[in-house]
Design a protein around this ligand. Sequence first.
Ligand code: AHG
Ligand code: MN
Ligand code: MN
Length: 336
Amino acid sequence: MKHSGITTLEQFIVDQQALYKDAKGSLSKIFRALELAAKIVNRDVRKAGLVDILGNNGTSNIQGEEQKKLDVIANEVFINALARCGEVCAVVSEEDDDVTWIPECADQKYIVAIDPLDGSSNIDVNASIGTIFSVYRRADSSKAPVLEDCLQQGKHQVASGYFIYGSSTMLVYTTGLGVNGFTLDDGIQEFCLSHPDIRIPEHGKIFSVNEGNFSEFPDGVKNYIHFCKESDKATNRPYGARYIGSLIADFHRNLLKGGIFIYPPTAKAPNGKLRLVYECNAMAFIVEQAGGKASTGTQRVMDVQPSELHQRVPLFIGSVNMVDQALAMLNQSLSS
Ligand code: AHG
Ligand code: MN
Ligand code: MN
């Protein structure tokens, strides 16, 4: 009998288990926790207008950003699920000033960094939002975890991924064995393999940047944006401008179709707006595993040594040829 075509996330992880160094299944327990939390957040997102989760929470986070109710709810749901799974000793979150230590798991080796709700400004207007996560392993779990364990370079990530609560709900993740996408089948509440072995096209025709900040961009970025807008049939220009304002949504579209996303330094954000530990590193791991590139403009994102939890870096990420073109124009203007 021909087997059904459905591969659930559970089955996929078990199938891949043999390829992981971690044969004890710790990573699969962490993924089960992330999956459960995402299903709960997804349920709330799908009825946001009907329950009291829209709007501001009346609090703000360390970034000084107004916290939306769903930011706070998603943060609690993900941290509770990760604490409960028994494999995670600490969680770094955009929504918490400091690390959330999980004392009953102080002897465990995994650390998770999360942006529980990415694209908060889009919650109230029904545009795609998501959750971003990175998983790190401590070298030495014989002692209680310390801050340095949570400030590892992105190249040491064990896994990273994002959930996108969009026209469908998806999980896209990597453990260093390529990138795979799973779509939530609401009827059976299972994430099912829908985008096996995702590869980002080396070139694309989409550029994503918030041009409202154009006047504050470095000259090289301004030159690249002009380049994207020039008419040149031979190189498929002008490219299309697409900007949703949720990193996961802009990134996901470019991952599938090809394109470049840029969050450059601006006057009010000299290191850019996006956070290294729980936004940029996760996306950088995924894009590199899919054949793309992620740079701060001066170095590979995953080589940056974090100095503090909520550190920001500029981000140039997407199709390798487009990122290289943007970096060339950035460096050209710096050297002229
Ligand atoms: P978050 O909602 O987690 O704070 O992230 C919002 C980020 C990112 O999702 C998006 O790419 C960027 O903010 C948009 O910033 P601007 O509105 O300044 O363009
Ligand atoms: Mn975010
Ligand atoms: Mn967020």
